[in-house]
Write a protein that binds this ligand. Structure first.
Ligand code: B3K
Ligand code: ZN
Length: 866
């Protein structure tokens, strides 16, 4: 079926939608792959030998996908084949149930600006194959349910490419004539083509080793340019910690003799879990305290762990088709979240994860690009590496663990790995394993995979005879293609406290809300009850609680669940912010917020990292999400006013927090928390008193012995006026000139500054000699940053929209995947007041009309308009 016959899919004759319901097993298996590559950036010859086997009884030809490939030779069992082209696909006629099919193509890595397939980054040749990049290297079925054993032989100039890596283990190497050398690698584990990888370059390794739980030694290598070796230690420590953690928590042992990580500067996203040869965006590998913030350090540990965990959740058990993407991504995100929580602070990690979910996934789920965790159709799968697949997918796994308990969850995971090892599985297989291991019935729970949209729960404590009860209801708003929703299973960690004493009156329990309306009897209690619900954010839902005056204040003070206390403080802030943005003066009074924040700041019981999180005032985007119609100027003014009021009222406490800090090389949670709190305090001081803020920020910048303090101060200075601003930005640039990752920060900090002239600055940054549309990190540092800076992006004259539309169209010609990821900020145009809404729509229309638009950008822009 093509897009034109589906009323929900955008139609363009060139773009054909793919449907989950159309899945069919492959006509041909590929049992073995032998690749031979003569590597050269200007022209690489690729010969592939595929050992194919007919699947069942049929007479259909072998269909091999290609993308920008031309077959130079096609042979079957050593003789010329009968073949034709069908669009980009190569069709080969086969008479026997098994055959060796050989193809030869030539590709040009140096001209590959899409960074999919085999490409060049800073003189290194590397690959990226997920989802459909392997077909840009050679003809192949290139679907995740076709698993093969790979043998890869690479040849290259030894001086330029002294290191040759591929998946698995090295089995042979040698030198040929004219400075050419070669290496052969073999990966014994059958894998889908999206996990294929090779790297050739002038690289040095930080080498280490790890002894697995059964006593096997694994050689570890993190491969970078020689000068970057000193910045690889944190990634190596994180890798070893992740390997141990997966053994201890999931019983998963590493399976090959080698595990290699390579860092490259040009990469479409964070990193890639290729079997035994992970390839990383260098920003998720390289760190030292002079160039990376605490947040960068944490992100590196998290991403290294994530990719490592994929070795089981993704590589050993992979996805049957791309609609099942969350099978590996949601599960692996949940695993990396749990790892990071164990390594740092559970409460603060949960707050961070929920912050991200609300900032990115909730808006996605409430907008035109909403899709289920297991989507039903797509034009371009690259557009579905979303917060819904990853982060909501992780919440779905977390909810199963909450409902079943940790032991049954672990038994379910064990069963899943045992049952599907070496296979391509589905999301349903995962749920089935959970059911079979626990005896629970998850029939209704499966709706989390089917329905898009964030459920809304309403909760109230009501009188119930002699005692009390909890009244709950749920509904999920309509999303594109899904007008009516059924109730889902919502696990709510709930307790009841005393409204006066703060004591626990009803112990915490997990209430499973399964009906549209449900009443839960709580029995009699000794004093007026106070509801603490969705503790730890046990379900990814919006909750509205009917509350009496003073309840949020009390919860912010006494709730023993740290997440719930954080939530109460945030809700107090949100009430004032929304009131401020809508002219509701009575509720805009900052006094309750000031009292709660002051108590948090002064508390001896709370640790600094929690304080740092709890004192962050909700973003303009989050405030907008609470409004039916968004006026970005009113939102900005409301937030500024609250920040200024808090900064003035708590000036002394904030100054004390700002003055503290910690030694730059101390990466303990305590030290990281003190630094975080310090810069959050600085921001509030500057909001109330810009001159004082500038002086303190300059002092913090000048005295900084670590990037966290230095960047923190620069972010504040960049939003202020005065000589300190220009001086610090110039100093930062000079100090780190040529250090790509830090110069990305320099671009991003300016594009994120909440200032009236930021769009002028962005224009200048775009013309800067260091700017390049070809490098995804740099493009995101400019375009992604100003697009997530609401007051700047939503300039009243529509200039921010035109600028982003322009960057989308321009970058689309080079790299459609990265361009398409810049489109979602336009998607909420229906929610914006005039003149903004119309101007956003016009910008989307400009994009859709651009000649030669990629399928990637077309899908995102046309769906955003629908
Ligand atoms: N699996 C990769 C993402 C691939 C994105 C392809 N467009 C990284 C990860 O999630 O671990
Ligand atoms: Zn992943």
């Amino acid at each position: 079926m093509d897009a034109r016959t589906n009323p929900e899919a955008p139609s363009s004759p060139a773009h054909v939608a793919v449907y989950r319901k159309d899945y069919r097993p492959p006509d041909w298996w590929v049992r073995e792959v032998e690749l031979n590559l003569a590597l050269d950036p200007a022209r690489t010859a690729v010969t592939a030998r595929l050992k194919v086997e007919r699947n069942g009884e049929h007479g259909r030809p072998l269909r091999l996908a290609g993308d920008e490939l031309r077959p130079l030779a096609v042979r079957v069992d050593g003789t010329d084949a009968r073949w034709t082209m069908d669009g980009d696909d190569l069709l080969v006629e086969l008479d026997t149930p098994e055959a060796w099919v050989e193809t030869r193509v030539e590709i040009v890595p140096a001209a590959n600006s899409k960074l999919m397939g085999l490409y060049e980054s800073g003189g290194i040749l590397c690959t990226q194959c997920e989802s459909e990049g392997f077909r840009r290297i050679t003809f192949h079925p290139d679907r995740p349910d076709v698993l093969s054993v790979y043998r890869v032989r690479m040849r290259a100039d030894k001086a330029r490419f002294p290191v040759l890596l591929a998946n698995g283990n090295p089995v042979a190497a040698g030198e040929g004539e004219d400075g050419i050398h070669w290496a052969e690698w073999h990966d014994p584990f059958p894998k889908p083509s999206y996990l294929f990888a090779l790297v050739a370059g002038d690289l040095a390794a930080n080498r280490d080793s790890f002894t697995t739980m059964s006593g096997r030694a694994v050689e570890l290598g993190i491969w970078v340019r020689e000068k970057d070796l000193p910045r690889t230690h944190h990634a190596m420590a994180g890798l070893k910690a992740a390997m141990r953690w997966d053994e201890e928590n999931y019983g998963r042992e590493y399976d090959l003799d080698r595990f290699n990580i390579v860092a490259v500067d040009d990469f479409n996203f964070g990193a890639m879990e290729n079997k035994g040869l992970n390839i990383f965006n260098s920003r998720y590998v390289l760190a030292d305290t002079d160039t990376a913030t605490d947040a960068d350090f944490d992100a590196i540990a998290g991403v290294v762990a994530h990719e490592y965990f994929h070795n089981w959740s993704g590589d050993r058990v992979t996805c049957r088709d791309w609609f099942q993407l969350s099978l590996k991504e949601g599960f692996t995100v949940f695993r990396d979240q749990s790892f990071s929580a164990d390594m740092t602070s559970e409460a603060v990690k949960r707050i961070d994860d929920v912050r991200l979910l609300r900032a990115v996934q909730f808006p996605e789920d409430a907008g035109p690009l909403a899709h289920p965790v297991r989507p039903d159709s797509y034009l371009e799968i690259a557009n579905f590496y979303t917060a819904t697949i990853y982060n909501k997918g992780a919440e779905v796994i977390r909810m199963m663990r909450t409902l079943l308990g940790p032991d049954a969850y672990r038994a379910g995971c064990d069963l899943y790995f045992e049952r599907h090892d070496g296979e391509a599985a589905t999301c349903d297989d995962f749920v089935q394993a959970m059911e079979d291991a626990s005896g629970a019935d998850l029939t209704q729970f499966r709706r989390w995979y089917e329905q898009a949209g964030t459920p809304h729960v309403r909760a109230a404590l009501v009188r119930d005879g002699e005692g009390w009860a909890l009244d709950l209801s749920q509904d999920t708003p309509p999303t594109p293609g899904q007008p009516d929703k059924a109730p889902v299973v919502i696990p709510l960690r709930t307790a009841v406290l005393g409204a006066t004493s703060g004591r626990e009156l009803v112990a915490e329990q997990v209430i499973a809300l399964t009906e549209a309306h449900q009443r839960v009897p709580l029995g009699p209690v000794a004093e007026t009850p106070l509801l603490s619900i969705n503790r730890g954010f046990s379900a990814p839902v919006n909750v509205s609680v009917e509350r009496a005056a003073g309840e949020l204040e009390k919860l912010a003070e006494v709730d023993p669940d740290p997440f719930a206390r954080f939530e109460a403080t945030q809700e107090l802030m949100m009430r004032a912010l929304v009131a401020g943005a809508t002219g509701d003066h009575a509720n805009a009074d900052p006094a309750p917020v000031i009292a709660a924040m002051g108590a948090t700041l002064r508390s001896n019981a709370l640790d600094p990292s929690f304080k740092g999180e709890a004192l962050i005032i909700p973003s303009e985007a989050l405030i907008g999400d609470r409004l039916d119609i968004v006026d970005p100027e009113a939102v900005h003014a409301s937030r500024d006013a609250l920040r200024a009021a808090v900064g003035a009222a708590l000036a002394d406490d904030l100054a004390a927090a700002q003055a503290r800090g910690a030694a730059g090389d101390d990466l303990s949670n305590e030290a990281k928390g003190l630094r975080r709190l310090r810069t959050v305090a600085l921001g509030l001081i500057a909001a109330a008193d810009p001159a004082r803020g500038a002086a303190l920020a300059k002092a913090q910048y000048d005295a900084a012995d670590n990037m966290t303090d230095r960047q923190g101060a620069l972010v504040i200075l960049a939003a202020l006026d005065g000589p300190e601003r220009e001086a610090a930005l110039a100093d930062f640039y000079d100090r780190y000139r040529g250090d790509t990752l830090v110069i990305d920060k320099w671009f991003a900090i300016q594009a994120e500054a909440s200032r009236a002239d930021t769009l002028d600055v962005v224009e200048r940054l775009r013309a800067h000699g260091d700017f390049s549309l070809k490098n995804p990190n740099r493009l995101r540092a400019v375009a992604g940053s100003f697009a997530s800076n609401p007051w700047v992006f939503h300039a009243r004259d529509g200039r921010g929209y035109r600028l982003l539309a322009d960057l989308v169209v321009e970058s689309d010609r080079l790299n459609p995947q990265v361009a398409a990821r810049l489109v979602p900020p336009f998607g909420r145009w229906r929610r914006f007041a005039e003149p903004w809404g119309s101007a956003m729509r016009e910008a989307l229309e400009t994009i859709v009309r651009a000649p030669g638009l990629s399928k990637d950008v077309f899908e995102q822009a046309s769906k955003s308009l629908a």
